[in-house]
Design a protein around this ligand. Structure first.
Ligand code: ZN
Ligand code: ZN
Length: 376
């Protein structure tokens, strides 16, 4: 069943999706492709405003059709009344072929990273003379630079994460010592929900003491002790966008070794952020921060990239790492998160979300970073 596009309702911000589809189509034209199949949910949402799942978008010059199923008919009408909708009752490939019937599409682009081999094969069998062509990164490259509306939502996702964290820290050492990592992580998540989050950006990392040396530790049944460092990496998802922050807090006296590495990491983060401006290679930003850690003798204990793009996904392009070939552009939001990890002792990572602006870099997150402010 294909519902024809309703007259475009005057809904604030709705024109934004049509403009994004226009930019995507211009990229397709440059690649000599007539239309594209978009299957990745965050890309579908970016181009349409649709907030449901399991739906694919076909987009071509001057037209777009969302192929969904009966669970989402009401959702589509609410989220994106300005585009055609096909509510499929059979297999996805048959519905897609039906939508393409009668349209001037000789070459249909698809992103090989987000189309299963099965869908590709099944669709190829139904397209007649049309050709399927691999086109990569069309939508993800558009998503890198955020517009004002996206930045407003991202600031909200960051504020929610910060509010919940401040509340948890406000319980003081008595509210932390003796509780399990899992319990504290759950409370942080609950407080983010109370503050307006739709969910977590990713499962919270909350690592007590020596567990902090594992960058992607999963909180368990270990109980927080007095005089310990606790590394927390958390984020709120709101309005379809993510925040991603890391802080280390101390439940009493700060161990000397952790004080030493904390200061190195803090200075490395400053150096990374100072290097951020439009036109600079992501690799150079990573290098600026990494040099501080290498000079302090901990180069071997910083085993991950400096940061990553942030937006509808918690990890998206561009990556700030040694291998990146991307140059920063105004409007990109990246995390800057150097770390030093000492097995058997613990770890320190400080992560903030940073906007690349015409002038330089603007921290969107405002939690304290000074070590003495991190004592509960
Ligand atoms: Zn993080
Ligand atoms: Zn991160």
């Amino acid at each position: 069943m294909i519902r024809q596009a309703k007259a475009v309702r005057k809904v604030a911000g709705k024109g934004v999706h049509a403009a994004r589809r226009g930019r995507a189509v211009r990229k397709l034209r440059a690649a000599k492709v007539d239309a594209m199949l978009v299957t990745k949910p965050v890309d579908v949402g970016y181009l349409t405003g649709f907030t449901g799942q399991d739906s694919s978008l076909l987009v071509g010059s001057g037209w777009a059709c969302l192929v969904t199923d009966g669970r989402f008919t009401e959702q589509v009408a609410k989220d994106c009344p300005d585009i055609e909708c096909c509510v499929r009752t059979g297999p996805m490939e048959a519905a897609l072929a039906g939508v393409l019937k009668g349209r001037r599409v000789r070459k249909l682009g698809f992103d090989p990273k987000h189309v299963t081999v099965k869908l590709r094969n099944d669709l190829a069998g139904k397209l007649g003379g049309r050709k399927l062509v691999e086109v990569s990164e069309v939508v993800s490259s558009l998503r890198q630079a955020k517009d004002d509306g996206e930045l407003r939502i991202m600031r909200r996702a960051i504020r929610i994460a910060e509010k919940a964290f401040k509340e948890l820290c406000g319980l003081g050492p008595k509210g932390w010592v003796g509780r399990t990592e899992r319990d504290l992580a759950a409370e942080l998540g609950y407080r983010m929900r109370q503050a307006g989050a739709d969910g977590l950006s990713f499962p919270t990392i909350l690592a007590a003491g020596a567990h902090g040396s594992m960058p992607h530790y999963s909180p368990g049944s270990a109980r927080v002790k007095a005089g310990q460092a606790v590394l927390i990496d958390w984020g709120a998802r709101a309005g379809g966008y993510c925040s991603d922050l890391t802080r280390v807090v101390f439940t009493g006296t700060i161990p000397a070794k952790l004080r030493e590495i904390y200061e190195v990491v803090r200075l490395a983060q400053e150096a990374g952020i100072a290097a951020i401006r439009p036109g600079v290679g992501c690799k150079a930003v990573d290098k600026a921060a990494r040099e501080v850690i290498v000079k302090a003798g901990y180069g071997g204990q910083f085993g991950h990239g400096l940061g990553h793009g942030l937006g509808r996904e918690v990890h998206e392009a561009p990556g700030l790492g040694k291998l990146s070939t991307v140059r920063l552009k105004s409007g990109m939001v990246v995390t800057v998160e150097p770390g030093i990890y000492l097995p058997g002792i613990g770890g320190v990572r400080i992560e903030d979300d940073v906007l690349v602006t015409a002038g330089s870099a603007r921290r969107l997150s405002g939690l304290p970073r000074d070590i003495d402010a991190m004592r509960l």
